[in-house]
Write a protein that binds this ligand. Structure first.
Ligand code: T1G
Length: 688
C-alpha cells in the first residue's frame, strides 16, 4: 500500500499533502496516512502549525465510494476528523477544486479553512443514499447554522466560494498553487491574520422551525427516499455536545449504509460515469463547432437549444417559414427559461443567440460538422433528407438521425457514406432530459461513435451506446413492459391502480399517465407498425386502440385513461371500454395487489432487458440501467432494472416469470442468460 500522504516541514510549518488521483478520495491509505502524519507533526517540537493541502485537481472529494459495501478498515474517517480537531498544534486546511463530503468534513475538523479561487464545497452524501458520516452533520451547523447546514446536506449542491465565505465555511482566499497557498496560510496565521478555533467547541442555536420545515418538504417532495429524513435527525442532534452528536450521527449513518437505497444510488453514481467507457471512446472524435438541425418542431428546437447552451453554433432548417418561425420562438423561449432557472448566464444567452441561424435551404449545411435530423418518424421522409445531406454536406460531416425506433441501417444505405451515419436519440424535452441514446448502425465508423459520445459530453448528457433494433434499448424494453401492464389491465387492474403501484415503487409517473402525456396516438401508431411482426399467438390488448377510436388521445384531447378537467381523475369512458373489452374476451376481472403489479411490471422489464443484452443491443447491464434511469423515470435509488434483478436475485425473477408463463407461455419466457444466472447465482453486476 503506497502512502499517498506526505509530511514536509518548512520554516516550522508541517505541510501535509495528499496525493491520491483522480480526486484524492479518502481511501484507507489516505486515512491511515493522515492519522500518522498528524501524530508525527504533533510530536515535532520545531513545528507550530500544520497545513493540509492536496495535489492534483481537487482537495479530498469525499470518502472512497469504491470502499462502500466492503469490510470497513480502521482508521475510519470520523476518527481521522476527530484526531485533526483534537490536534494540539493548530491545523489549517487549504482547499481547491471540489472538497466534497468527507473532504469537507476533514476541512471542517481543521481549525481554519483557506481556499483557492474557484473552489466549490459541498456535502452530497444524500445523493448516495447516506449522510455526512464523519462529523458533517455536527460541524456544519456549528459553522453555518442549522438552516444553511440543512440546505447543504439535503440538496448536496456545490456551494460556490463567495457564498461559502459569507456562510463562514471558509475563512480566507489565497491564490497560487495549493502548496504555495499552504505556505501563505501559515504565514498569515503567524501574522495572526487567520484565527484558528476548534469547530467542535462551537455551539449551535436550536432551530426546530427549520428542522420541521425540512421534514415537511421531504415528506412532500421525496417520499421514497430513506436518507434525507435521517440527515435531518442527525442535524437535529447538533445542539448536543459534539461527542454525543457524533454518536447519534454514526447510528443514523449506519442505518443509511444498510439501506438498499445506498447500493442503488452508488450503483447509479458509477453507472453514470462508466457508460461513457465504450470501445470507441479511445478514438479521437472528429472536431465539431457547427451543428445542423433539420426540423424545428419540439425535438428539433430542443436539440438546437441544447447545442446552443453548450456554446456550439447552430443552423436550424425547416421546409416552411411558419414552422421555422415557431421553432425560433421555441428556442428563444427555452433559452430564456434556462436563464431564469440559473442554468445559463445572460452572457452565454447572448452568445447562444448570435450563434443561432435558421434557413429554408439545406445548402446552409455545407460547412456543418454534425447534422442531426429530427423530422417526423416516416422512413421515406428520413431517407429523402439523408439523400440531400449526402449531396450538400462536406466530407467527414457526421450525419445523425434522432429517430426513436426506425431502422438506421436502412437510412444509412440511402447515402454514399453510411460510415458517417449514426443514431443520436434525444428524449423530450431534448435540452432538459439527460439521456442520449447513441445508436450504432452496422457501418457506422468507430470515430463517428466517439464523436457522438464527445457531443454528448459537450451537451452534459449521459450517453449510452445502443445497437439497431426496433426501439433500440429503451423503447424496446418499454414496449414489453407496457404489454405486461396492458395484460393486467385486461385481467382486472385499473389504470389508476397500476399507475399508483408503479409510482409507489418510485417511478416518476405510471405507464398510463405517461401514455396520456405523450399522446395515445403515438403508441397506437407503433402498435399498428408492429402488427406485422407480432407473434401470432401473442395476446393482444385492444383497449388503447378502442380509446383512440373514440377520439380520446390523452392530455392533448382532455381525455385518455384519465380525464383532465379541473382535476385529473380516472376517465369513466375509458373504464367502460375496459369493461367491454373484458366482456368480449370473456374475462372475469380479478384483483391485483400493488406488490403483484410491481412484480409483473418489473419481471417484464428485466426479461426484455436480458434479451437486449443477449442480442448485443446493449453492451453491459449498466447500459440498460442508465437508459431506464436517465430516460424513462426509473427510480434512481433502485439503480435500474438489472440492478433490481441483482437485488431481488435472478432465481426470484425466474420463479416469477415461470409462474406467469403458466397462464401465458407466449409472452412470459425466461431468457437463457437469466435462467443460467438463477442456477449459478451469477449477477448482472459481474458483467459490467
Ligand atoms: N470515491 C471514489 N471514486 C471517485 C469519487 C469518490 N468519492 N469521486 C469521484 N471518483 C472517481 C469517478 O468514479 C471517476 O472515476 C473519477 O473519480 C473522476 O470523477 C463519510 C461517506 C469530484 C465533482 O459524493 O461528485 O464522503 O470513471 O468523472 O466530472 O461523509 O466525481 O475515471 O474511473 O465524476 O470532474 C461524497 C463524488 C462521498 C463526490 C468530479 N463525495 N464525486 O467530477 O469527474 S461519500 C461525493 C463527484 C462521503 C462521508 C461520506 C465528482 C467530482 P473513473 P468524475 P468530474
Amino acid at each position: 500500500m503506497s502512502n499517498p500522504v506526505s509530511l514536509e516541514v518548512v520554516d516550522r510549518t508541517a505541510l501535509v499533502s495528499i496525493d491520491n488521483p483522480p480526486v484524492n478520495a479518502a481511501s484507507h491509505a489516505v486515512r491511515a496516512g493522515l492519522v500518522n502524519t498528524m501524530q508525527a507533526a504533533n510530536a515535532m517540537t520545531d513545528v507550530d502549525v500544520i497545513v493540509l493541502y492536496a495535489k492534483g485537481r481537487t482537495f479530498i472529494a469525499g470518502a472512497d465510494i469504491k470502499e462502500f459495501g466492503k469490510p470497513p478498515m480502521d482508521p475510519w474517517l470520523p476518527e481521522v476528523c476527530n484526531r485533526i480537531e483534537d490536534s494540539a498544534t493548530p491545523v489549517i486546511a487549504v482547499l481547491h477544486g471540489t472538497p466534497l463530503g468527507g473532504g469537507l468534513e476533514v476541512a471542517m475538523a481543521a481549525h481554519a479553512r483557506v481556499a483557492l479561487p474557484g473552489t466549490k464545497l459541498g456535502l452530497p452524501e444524500v445523493n448516495l443514499g447516506i449522510l455526512p458520516g464523519a462529523g458533517g452533520t455536527q460541524r456544519a451547523p456549528r459553522l453555518v447554522g442549522i438552516p444553511s447546514a440543512l440546505d447543504m446536506i439535503l440538496t448536496g449542491r456545490h456551494v460556490p466560494l463567495d457564498e461559502a465565505i459569507s456562510l463562514g465555511l471558509v475563512d480566507h482566499v489565497l491564490d497560487g498553487t495549493p502548496r504555495e497557498a499552504a505556505l501563505g496560510a501559515a504565514a498569515l496565521w503567524r501574522e495572526s491574520k487567520i484565527a484558528t478555533r476548534k469547530t467542535g467547541e462551537l455551539t449551535v442555536a436550536p432551530d426546530d422551525a427549520a428542522l420541521n420545515a425540512a421534514r415537511e418538504t421531504i415528506a412532500k417532495t421525496q417520499p421514497h427516499l430513506f436518507s434525507p429524513m435521517k440527515c435531518v435527525d442527525a442535524v437535529a442532534a447538533s445542539v448536543l455536545p459534539i461527542r454525543e452528536g457524533l454518536r447519534k450521527e454514526r447510528d443514523l449513518f449506519n442505518e443509511c449504509l444498510n439501506s438498499p437505497q445506498r447500493a442503488g444510488l452508488i450503483h447509479a453514481f458509477f453507472m453514470e460515469r462508466a457508460v461513457a467507457k465504450v470501445p470507441e471512446a479511445k478514438l479521437a472524435p472528429r472536431a465539431f463547432q457547427k451543428i445542423g438541425v433539420i426540423g424545428s418542431g419540439l425535438m428539433g428546437s430542443g436539440i438546437a437549444t441544447a447545442c446552443l447552451m453548450a456554446g456550439l453554433s447552430v443552423v436550424m432548417i425547416d421546409t416552411s417559414p411558419d414552422a421555422l418561425e415557431r421553432g425560433r420562438a421555441a428556442v428563444a423561449g427555452n433559452l430564456d427559461k434556462a436563464v431564469a432557472r440559473g442554468k445559463l448566464s445572460p452572457d452565454k444567452r447572448a452568445t447562444a443567440s448570435s450563434g443561432f441561424t435558421t434557413s429554408l435551404d439545406m445548402a446552409h449545411l455545407s460547412d456543418a460538422d454534425i447534422v442531426i435530423e429530427a423530422v417526423f418518424e416516416e422512413m421515406d421522409a428520413k431517407k429523402a433528407v439523408f439523400r440531400t445531406l449526402d449531396d450538400v454536406c462536406k466530407p467527414g460531416a457526421v450525419l445523425a438521425t434522432n429517430t426513436s425506433y426506425l431502422d438506421i441501417n436502412e437510412i444509412a444505405i440511402s447515402t454514399r457514406r453510411s460510415e458517417d451515419v449514426i443514431g443520436l436519440h434525444f428524449f423530450s424535452p431534448a435540452h432538459i432530459m439527460r439521456l442520449l441514446e447513441v445508436v450504432v448502425a452496422d457501418a457506422t465508423a468507430p470515430e463517428v461513435v466517439s464523436t457522438g459520445f464527445a457531443l454528448a459530453k459537450a451537451l452534459r448528457k449521459v450517453a449510452v451506446r445502443a445497437g439497431v433494433c426496433d426501439g433500440f434499448i429503451g423503447n424496446r424494453i418499454l414496449a414489453t413492459t407496457r404489454k405486461a401492464a396492458d395484460y393486467m389491465l385486461l385481467d382486472g387492474a385499473s389504470p389508476f391502480e397500476i399507475d399508483t403501484a408503479i409510482e409507489a415503487f418510485g417511478f416518476a409517473m405510471g405507464p398510463y399517465r405517461v401514455l396520456d402525456m405523450a399522446g395515445l396516438d403515438i403508441s397506437w401508431a407503433s402498435r399498428k407498425r408492429q402488427a406485422a411482426t407480432r407473434p401470432a399467438k401473442e395476446r393482444y390488448v385492444a383497449i388503447g386502440d378502442r380509446i383512440c377510436e373514440h377520439g380520446m388521445l390523452g392530455r392533448k384531447t382532455g381525455l385518455g385513461y384519465y380525464s383532465y378537467d379541473e382535476e385529473i381523475a380516472p376517465n369513466p369512458d375509458a373504464l367502460a371500454i375496459i369493461d367491454a373489452e373484458r366482456a368480449s374476451a370473456g374475462i372475469k376481472a380479478r384483483t391485483f395487489k400493488a406488490d403483484e403489479i410491481v412484480a409483473r411490471y418489473m419481471a417484464a422489464m428485466v426479461m426484455e432487458g436480458a434479451r437486449v443484452l443477449e442480442d448485443g443491443i446493449a453492451l453491459r447491464p449498466i447500459d440498460v440501467d442508465a437508459i431506464l434511469v436517465f430516460g424513462y423515470g426509473f427510480p434512481r435509488f433502485r439503480g435500474g432494472p438489472m440492478h433490481y434483478c441483482d437485488t431481488e436475485g435472478a432465481a426470484t425473477l425466474v420463479a416469477r416469470i415461470d409462474a406467469y408463463a403458466k397462464e401465458d407461455p407466449v409472452f412470459w419466457r425466461v431468457p437463457d442468460t437469466l435462467r443460467k444466472m438463477a442456477k449459478t447465482g451469477a449477477t448482472f453486476a459481474a458483467r459490467n
